[in-house]
Every structure is written in C-alpha cells, then in structure tokens.
Design a protein around this ligand. Sequence first.
Ligand SMILES: NC(=O)C1=CN([C@@H]2O[C@H](COP(=O)(O)OP(=O)(O)OC[C@H]3O[C@@H](n4cnc5c(N)ncnc54)[C@H](O)[C@@H]3O)[C@@H](O)[C@H]2O)[C@@H](O)CC1
Ligand SMILES: Nc1ncnc2c1ncn2[C@@H]1O[C@H](COP(=O)(O)OP(=O)(O)OP(=O)(O)O)[C@@H](O)[C@H]1O
Length: 407
Amino acid sequence: MMEKFLQQSVDTEEKFYRYEEQRLKIEDKRREAEHARELQMLQMLGQMLAGISSTVSQRSQSMPASPPQRANHRSYGDNFNYNAMTAALSPPIVIERSFSLHRTHSLKDMENIFQLVRNVIPPLTGKRHKGQDGRIGIVGGCQEYTGAPYFAAITALKVGADLSHVFCTKDAATVIKSYSPELIVHPVLDSPNAVHEVEKWLPRLHSVVIGPGLGRDEVLLENAKGIIEKSKVKGIPIIIDADGLWLISQQPSLIQGYQRAILTPNYMEFSRLYEAMLRDPVDSSDHHGCVLRLSQAMGNLTVVQKGERDLISDGEKVLVCSHEGSSRRCGGQGDLLSGSLGVLAHWAFLAGAEKTNGQNPFLVAAFGACSLTRQANHQAFQKFGRSMTASDMVSEVGTAFNKLFET
Ligand SMILES: NC(=O)C1=CN([C@@H]2O[C@H](COP(=O)(O)OP(=O)(O)OC[C@H]3O[C@@H](n4cnc5c(N)ncnc54)[C@H](O)[C@@H]3O)[C@@H](O)[C@H]2O)[C@@H](O)CC1
Ligand SMILES: Nc1ncnc2c1ncn2[C@@H]1O[C@H](COP(=O)(O)OP(=O)(O)OP(=O)(O)O)[C@@H](O)[C@H]1O
C-alpha cells in the first residue's frame, strides 16, 4: 500500500516536472518576443562594443595544435549559428575590460558588457512558477569541508535560482542542513550507488557545480567523475571548481571538448591544469596567452582564471574583469563565484547567443559572476575590513546584484 502510494507520488512529481519543462519552453518563447526590441538595442550596443576596445592579439608561437574537439566548435546552444571556418582562420581576440566603478573613463565599456549580462537575466514576473528561474546542483561537501558547498549553494539562491541542491557525503549533510533551511541536501556522495542517486536528479537540474568542498578522497573523486559523465550526456552546463579541478588535472579528457563546461581555477589550480595540459610551466609574463592556450588545449571550453584580475577565455577571446574588490582574501570567495556562475551559466545558456549579441553566453555569464563576486567582496570589505569573511560577502550578494544588474 505504502509502496503504491510512494510510486504514485513519484509519478505525480515526474508529471509535474514534465509539465514544468513545457511551461518553461512556452515562457521562453514569450520572453523572446518581449525582448525582440531589447535585442535590437543590444545589436547597436554590440557594434559599439566591437568598435571601442577590441584589440587583436597575435596567435602565440607556442600554441599547441588545435585539439580534435575544435571540430565540435561552439556547441553550447542548439540554435547557435557559428562559422567554424571563420573561427579557424581568425586570430584570437583579446577584449580588455578594466572595470572600476570609481574610474569614469571605463563606465561606457562596463555598461556595454553589463548590458549583455542584464539581458540574460530572466525578468521577475508573477507568471513564473517555482523552479523556472533555476534549479542548481552543487556536488561537494565532505567531513572536512562543509562551508564550501554551503557558500556555493546559498549564493546560487541569492543570485536568483529557485532551488539549490547539495549532493554531499552523509556526515556533511546534517551540518550543511543546519547552516540553512533553504538548501535541499542529499547525503549520497559516499554511498555505493552515488552516481545513480545523483543521476536521478539530473533531469531536474539546469546546471551543476562540481567540486566545492569535495576533498580528494578517491571514492568521492570517482563518484564526481561519474556525475560529470552523466551530466555531459544530458548536455547540462557544468562548472568545475576546487577539487573538481584537481580531478580534471589528473584526467583532463573527462571534460576536454565539452563546451558547456566552465573551469574556475585559482592560481594553484590554474598552474596544475596548465602544466598537465601544456607540459610547460605557466609563463608569468603572458597571463592572457596562458589562459587562451589552456582553453584551446581543453577544447575551447570556458576558463576563468581567478586572481587580482580575472581572465576569462574560450580560446578565442580573453575578457578581463578587474572590477574593484578588496585586498581581503579569506577562504570561500571562490565558492561564491562558482555558485553564482551556476545560475548565470544557466540563464545565459537558455537565453542563447542572440541575447548576448553573438558573444559566447558562457563568457558573458563568467564576466557577470566575476563582477558580482568582486562587488560583494568590495561591499563587505567596506563594512568589516580585515574581519570580513565569506559569510559577510554572502549577505552582500543581493545588493551587489542590484547595483550591477538591476539598474
Ligand atoms: N569553509 C570551507 O569549507 C572552505 C573549503 N574550501 C575547500 O578546500 C578545498 C581545498 O582548496 P584549496 O584552495 O586550499 O586547495 P589547493 O590545494 O588548490 O591550494 C593549496 C594551497 O595553495 C595556496 N594558494 C592559493 N592561492 C595561491 C597563490 N595565489 N599563490 C600561492 N599559493 C596559493 C593555498 O593557500 C593553499 O594552501 C577545496 O575543496 C575547497 O572547496 C575552500 O573553498 C575554502 C572554504
Ligand atoms: N588579488 C586579488 N585581488 C582582487 N580580487 C581577487 C584577488 N584574488 C582573487 N580575487 C577574487 O576572489 C574571488 C575568488 O578567487 P580566489 O582566488 O580566492 O578563489 P579560490 O581560492 O578558489 O576560493 P576558495 O577559498 O573559495 O576556494 C574571485 O572572484 C577573484 O576575482
């Protein structure tokens, strides 16, 4: 009897989600019509953007041969019309963006690219229902690290996702739940059928963030690997951070060529990946070239090299985000970045290249997430100075978002 009831509940839930997906598609079409005029405006802005500050850089002499994945170039959106021939012949473009709200000369540039970010943000309307604005999964959280998945997951909610799931180990789950009643926490990551347990949820997730607080236990890394493989099969945007990047530096082929992936390495993670892929140490006199080459070697997926300036590349362009943050470098800031990127990547992917005026939607999403993280850092630092922690930044996410994107 109980089993029958449970089965019925599962069936009903499945129906609900199928219905919801249909609703989402209809809603998207409506939004597209609504935004047709905005698009026109954006096209004009895009032309200005191209004219203002694009500089063409030379292809690096030491650039490795293009990996075979370049044949699949630009597969981040089904409707994306990309001329692979043109891409193969054109030199990479480096777009410099040095953004500080206190430097008036850069305000115009900033406005242009921020407008592209704004354009992918779904409008808040009374017609949408729970789940439509994003269901994000965070894969990470173990005995040692419970803060990292929490920061990523709560940030996803504060940016505007409707539901935020954490897939973590059993002993991390109660701790993470106790931080926040808003999160949906699955204590499955160290279970014998972990991949299957997470796979069941994948049809309901719009993006997954793999790595915050994952740790380096071999069983957990193996499970993360299985989850990445299943997510790829479903075409879900994947953000890989922290220990997820450790896994990738051991087995790059796991994600190589999957252009719906975004890697967010910090200094150490970038060096590890770069050496694994390029068999050379990072050239500290050519940061742009390094991020460009790493993205190319990975098959043109998006790489966000975090640091004093965030360098974002898809192997063709390099965006630079040096939006003002602060000198405070407490742990957890990268988790805010990956959580916010989970949401923005979904929004940008859904909106497609049309809404981003032909720019790679994942570049636009990454730029938005970097700016947002740095703005939250800046605001929190204004209040707390040296005592600022990642939790203080989480509290600033809403106002930072409004300041940058809701104006
Ligand atoms: N509260 C939490 O639960 C937190 C957990 N975290 C997790 O901790 C795990 C390990 O992350 P780590 O970043 O420590 O791992 P890494 O092994 O990548 O870092 C190793 C060391 O490199 C150092 N390093 C970082 N940037 C550097 C730079 N620019 N120059 C020189 N050295 C540098 C770090 O201080 C660290 O000691 C991840 O799972 C991560 O998600 C972090 O996200 C921080 C917060
Ligand atoms: N020197 C710096 N100056 C200004 N901002 C920085 C600097 N270094 C990093 N950031 C910003 O901090 C954010 C997180 O980067 P960081 O290098 O701290 O990540 P991380 O080490 O992966 O974080 P975590 O502690 O969550 O693992 C990024 O948005 C980046 O822009």
